[in-house]
Design a protein. Structure first.
Length: 77
């Protein structure tokens, strides 16, 4: 998947993931920091996109098996 650098890093660290319908899932760590710190940056980059569907190209779609693996083994929900 091609994600912006911030989102790619968060994905690699298990801070965000995508559900089976390619909607953004936000992990507890980001949620907690956004609430505790009132972070506008976290809100603008993550919280405001919770549940939004990933825009995908017509070709080279994300592998749903990979996303499923990521969600259950890497994501820190």
């Amino acid at each position: 998947m091609c994600l912006a650098r911030t989102h790619d890093t968060a994905f690699d660290r298990g801070l965000i993931s995508f559900d089976e319908d390619l909607r953004l899932i936000i992990g507890h760590e980001i949620e907690k920091k956004a609430q505790d710190q009132g972070s506008e940056t976290l809100a603008l980059n993550f919280i405001n996109y919770r549940g939004k569907t990933l825009n995908v190209p017509d070709r080279f779609l994300p592998d749903l098996d990979f996303l499923n693996y990521h969600r259950y083994h890497i994501f820190q929900g």
